[in-house]
Every structure is written in C-alpha cells, then in structure tokens.
Write a protein that binds this ligand. Structure first.
Ligand code: AMP
Length: 550
C-alpha cells in the first residue's frame, strides 16, 4: 500500500527559496583584510543568485547537467554559485585550489567543466593551466585581480559583476528530479587518479537537515558560523546549505586563513560557531598565546577532517571556554558521518571518553565493522575492523566520466553496496566510533596492530611537542615498527627521546613504544591540511631522516 503523502522533490532550489525569504534578513559577511568587510543579506544573495543563473544560461549558454567549476575561497560569491548552479539544473564542481597543477588539469578534464568561476586572487594559479583545460569555454573572474595574465587565452573571459549587472533578480527554478546531480567534488587522491563523488539534490537536502540537528551542529538564526573549512573541501561540511535552511549567519574568511587574521575576525565579528581541521586550531592557539584576543563569542567549534588531539580540545575548553566537538566524515559521506556529543546526562570527566572519540552515528548513517578475516566485528568498544557505512548521503559509486558508467572499485564498495571507508576503528555498544587508524597507516607489528593515531595523540599531549606523526617502517624482526617523527614547540628547549618515550610508557602497552625517533621541522601536509604520512615513509625509505634508535 502506498502512503497518502505528497511526493515533493528535495532540491537545492527549495533550500534557496526558503533561505532567501523566511531568513532574508540573515547575513553573509566576507572578510576583506584591512578594508570594511563585505556584507550581504540572504535576500540580496537570492537576487544575485537569480542573476547569476540568468548570466550562466543566457550569457554563457550553460545548459542542464553542464558542469560549472569554482576555484574560489569561502566568500559570498561562492555561496551564490553554490545555489545558482544546482538550482538551475547544472552541476557545481568545486576545485581544490591546493591540489598540484597536474591533478587539477586532470580533474577539470574528467568532469568536462564548461566554465570556471575564479577568484581574482587565484588567477595566477589558473592562468598557466588554461591552455590545457580543453573543455573550458568560459572563465568568470570574481573580485579584483590582475586579469592581464589571461591575455590571449582561448576561453572567453568575463567579469562576474559585469556579467550579473542588469539581469532579472528572479529566476523560474526548474522542478528537478531529486536524484539528479547537484554538485561534485573529487577526493584528494593520495594514490591513483582522484575520484569524483557526485552529490544529488536529495543527498544535499537530507545532509543539511542533519547538520542542523542538535546532535550535530544545532545552529539557528541567532548564530553566526565561521566556516574555515574550505568550500572546496566537501561542501564546507554542508554549512552553506544548512545555513539557508535555518538562517545561520555566515562569516566567510575568504583567503585570510592564517591564525592572525582569523583571531582578528573572530574578535571583530563575534561568531558563535566555527568549523575547521585540527591544524587550524593548533595555529590559532599558538597565536592567541602570543597575542591575546577576545574570542569569547565562540560557543562551540566543530573539528574534523583528521583526528583531533584531546589536548587541543581540553586547552580550548579550559583556557577559552570554547566547546570543541569532534566529528568524522569524508568526501564520500557528504561529509557528515559521526559527531562527538556525549550521551545525555553525562558531563565533566565522565563525558570525555565520548567526546574524544570520533562520535556517534546519526540515524541515517548505518555502520558496520569488518575484521581482518572479512567477518563482521561486534560493537563492543574493543574489536577493531574496517568501517563500512551506508545511507542516503553516502556515495554508492564514483563518477565514471561523461557518458561512462559509474565506477565501483572493489576496495571502496562492498558487493552488497556499502562504502568501505578505509578507516579502522572500534564502535561501542551505544554507537560511538573511535578510529585507530587508516587501513593503510596501521602499524602491523608481530601480528598485532599498533594505532599510529593513539601514539600521536599522546605525544601531542607533551608540553614540548607541537606536532607528532607516527608511521610504520619495515623491521626485520617484527615486520613493521613505529617511527615517531616529532615537531618541537618553538622555545621548548631540549627534550630527549628517552623523555618522550617515558612520557608514553604509562599510556600505551610497552611493546607499542617506538624505538625509532626523529625531530623534523614540520609534518608534511596534504592539500587539505592532513598529515601526509606517505611523504614521511618515502623520506625514511630514502634515508633522508636522521633517525635515533633507542
Ligand atoms: P577527505 O575525503 O579528504 O575529507 O578525507 C576523509 C578521511 O579523513 C577519512 O576517511 C578519515 O581517514 C579522515 N578523517 C576525517 N575526520 C576524521 C577524524 N575526526 N578523525 C580521524 N580521521 C578523520
């Protein structure tokens, strides 16, 4: 028997219409450096979004399903593109501006982007690639920048404001099938070619509702959120879409992502929430210690993208009264997978074990753990396995390219359709995930697993340690053993490897203690700011690290 309910498609245009009318007074403030910030209401954004859609369709001939790329920072214009492109039935493709040139060229070609919206400040990055971006017919330059670098380039060049000027401020958004493509994002691809994840209107809609739930970010129009996480990194964790559902004001940092301007904009614009990867918060802590600022407006921050060291969470809470909420997700999961609010009724020290975990699964993310022998592991908080997930905002395949079938690599998708995350961890009976490693980073020592993440978290709790990355290196006797690479805090003075090892001794089993140690100036990072252990392993293999053996 069918229900008697209306079958209304869950589309991005519905989020847009709601946000720009019911929450028309909410604002996007974009930081501009020294000058006065740029301020726009959601109502104004709505009119400009319509103008952009007209410009793309009538001015540039962009049609349904055509891919339109953005190479942009977090700013109001990027939000306009976020809504206009999917709402008109085309596909938004956010480009990660930190990827190597070769990968960007490959990705644009694979997605067959017809147009690119680019921030003027990023023209020096785009211009040298243009001769190789064969599918791109139009470049739209947003904001000030030296456009002379585009002289003589093949694609037609347009200026964003000029393209919008005089266009109608309303658009008859088409009624789309909720399962059609709204946006796409390529994974950072540490091995092989990057993989394209294509989000549907439905997945964006449902994911945004989850972001707004109290058990996730739980924001309202009384909040201002500062998404430091880039809009090219999994839709800024869903914040722009979620904001238009509930009227959350947005403070956009544009290209000012260094600790000093971040501290300055927090003090001046008083956001109540922020979201970023741990390295950003490490930097902010160091900045605040040196140049104190008033960050008392911040109620809570969402940290994810890589494991958040518990010491970082504690410092923010104890020193600044900011509640850090840990979350886990990936490009393939839109990204929301788990969020670390403790169970109701627990507070203080009782809540910490839950808060430092990666968090709890929401109703729409089903999870299972697959052990080394392929069998499903129990949720007992002890048995480790590879995490597999499924749900309405979890990828079921990768984009195969225009006209090609979607790709389902065996190592990423199980035969029964679950996403293999490549993350290894445990789950408690009440659904809290603790990641112990990436499947490829786990250290296999004498038939047992050592968690590199656990060692790193403990090391980063040492007062002299700024950052620590632990990688597996070959060992004749044990197969693999941990190598601890440590970045010392400036002015920390001398600290011996013995002291660091002793610091770990009462925190992990004896056989897990690293015997190989080295101090490095900085941990190499991937394009989205995560520890790049591949580089460390390669440096070790090449004999480039000065390793001490205890
Ligand atoms: P990406 O698709 O680039 O966002 O990378 C996703 C991966 O980042 C996940 O599969 C995890 O390995 C890692 N990751 C994300 N959030 C966390 C977290 N809170 N703790 C540990 N690892 C994380």
């Amino acid at each position: 028997m069918l229900s008697t309910m209306q079958d209304v498609p869950l589309t991005v245009s519905r989020i847009l219409r709601h946000g720009t009318t019911v929450h028309g007074r909410s604002r996007i403030t974009t930081w501009t450096g020294n000058a006065e910030p740029q301020r726009r209401t959601f109502a104004e954004i709505g009119e400009r979004t319509a103008q952009l859609a007209h410009a793309l369709r009538d001015g540039l001939g962009i049609a349904r399903d055509d891919r339109v790329a953005t190479l942009m920072w977090n700013n109001a214009e990027h939000v306009e593109a976020y809504f206009a492109i999917p709402a008109m039935g085309s596909v938004l493709h956010t480009l990660n501006l930190r990827l190597p040139a070769e990968q960007l060229v490959w990705i644009v070609g694979h997605a067959a982007d017809r147009a690119i919206l680019v921030d003027g400040s990023l023209l020096p990055l785009l211009a040298p690639l243009l001769p190789r971006l064969d599918t791109v017919e139009h470049v739209v330059v947003v904001g000030p920048g030296d456009t002379s670098v585009l002289d003589g380039c093949r694609p037609a060049v347009h200026e964003y404001e000029a393209l919008l000027a005089g266009r109608p401020t309303a658009y008859d958004w088409p009624e789309l099938d909720e399962r059609t493509a709204a946006a796409m994002c390529y994974t950072s691809g540490t091995t092989g070619d990057p993989k394209g994840v294509v989000y549907s209107h439905r997945s964006v809609y449902l994911h945004s509702m989850q972001v707004n739930m109290g058990e996730c970010m739980g924001l309202t129009d009384a909040d201002t959120s500062l998404p430091v996480v880039p809009m090219f990194h999994v839709n800024a964790w869903g914040l722009p879409h979620a904001a238009f559902m509930t009227g959350v004001n947005l403070l956009m940092p544009d290209r000012f992502l260094q600790p000093a301007p971040l501290a300055e904009m927090i003090e001046a614009e008083r956001p109540t929430h922020s979201a970023a990867v741990p390295t950003i918060w490490q930097g902010l802590l160091a900045e605040l210690a040196e140049r104190p600022r008033d960050i008392s407006s911040l109620r809570h921050v969402t940290i994810g993208g890589s494991a958040c060291p518990p010491s970082l969470m504690r410092t923010f809470e104890e020193r600044y009264g900011v509640r850090v909420v840990h979350a886990w997700g990936m490009t393939e999961t839109s990204p929301l997978g788990t969020v670390g609010h403790p169970p109701g009724g627990l507070s203080g020290e009782d809540a910490w074990p839950y808060r430092v975990s990666q968090g709890r699964f929401p109703a729409s993310v089903e999870a299972r753990l697959i052990g080394p022998d392929g069998s499903e592991m129990p949720w007992d908080g002890k048995s480790a396995g590879e995490l597999e997930v499924r749900g309405p905002w979890i990828a079921g395949a990768y984009y195969g390219g225009a006209g090609a079938e979607p790709i389902r690599p065996e190592d990423r998708f199980s035969p029964d359709g679950w996403l293999r995350t490549g993350d290894v961890g445990t789950v408690t009976p009440d659904g809290y995930l603790t990641l112990t490693d990436r499947a490829k980073d786990v250290i296999k020592s004498g038939g047992e697993w050592i968690s590199s993440v656990e060692l790193e978290n403990h090391l980063m709790g040492h007062p002299a340690v700024a950052e620590a990355a632990v990688v597996a290196v070959p060992d004749e006797k044990w197969g693999e053993r941990p190598l601890a690479t440590v970045v010392l805090k400036e002015g920390a003075g001398k600290v011996s490897y013995e002291e660091l090892r002793d610091f770990l001794a009462d925190k992990v089993a004896r056989w897990q203690l690293p015997e190989r140690w080295t101090v490095i100036p900085a941990v190499p990072k991937t394009s989205v700011g995560k520890f790049d252990k591949k580089v460390l392993r390669a440096r070790y293999a090449e004999g480039e690290l000065d390793v001490t053996r205890l």
